[in-house]
Design a protein around this ligand. Structure first.
Ligand SMILES: [Mg+2]
Length: 120
């Protein structure tokens, strides 16, 4: 089973993403902030993390760097999930260490297609 952690503070986006992941047969857990993201990553083995950028407290870039700097978690793919969709943003997030980037609002076909390669 593919286990996915979703870090997202918007209840609307969270519900949508969890529903799609469930439809795909993935096991998904959701948290709304960085502290819970780090705590959950310590307690569960995830195959993929979907990371919103604008979050209360630590932003998604900082959380991603904390996880990638930890030898235990550095191989977990982390995808930025964000409304930042200006030209150059994808390159910027990849340069920050993210494995991929999906812009919001989410295009469901594109989203499911791109997540398929993380299926275990
Ligand atoms: Mg947000």
């Amino acid at each position: 089973m593919t286990k996915v952690l979703v870090v997202e503070d918007s209840p609307f986006n969270m519900e949508l993403v969890l529903e799609v992941l469930d439809d795909m047969g993935f096991i998904a857990a959701g948290v709304t902030n960085g502290a819970d993201a780090i705590k959950n990553t310590e307690n569960e083995v995830y195959d993929l993390i979907l990371m919103d950028i604008e979050l209360p407290g630590m932003d998604g870039v900082v959380i991603q760097k904390i996880l990638k700097n930890n030898i235990k978690y550095k191989n977990i793919p982390i995808i930025a999930l964000t409304a930042y969709a200006m030209k150059g943003d994808k390159e910027r997030f990849i340069a920050e260490g993210f494995d991929d980037y999906i812009s919001k609002p989410i295009n469901m076909d594109d989203f499911t297609h791109r997540l398929e390669k993380y299926r275990k």
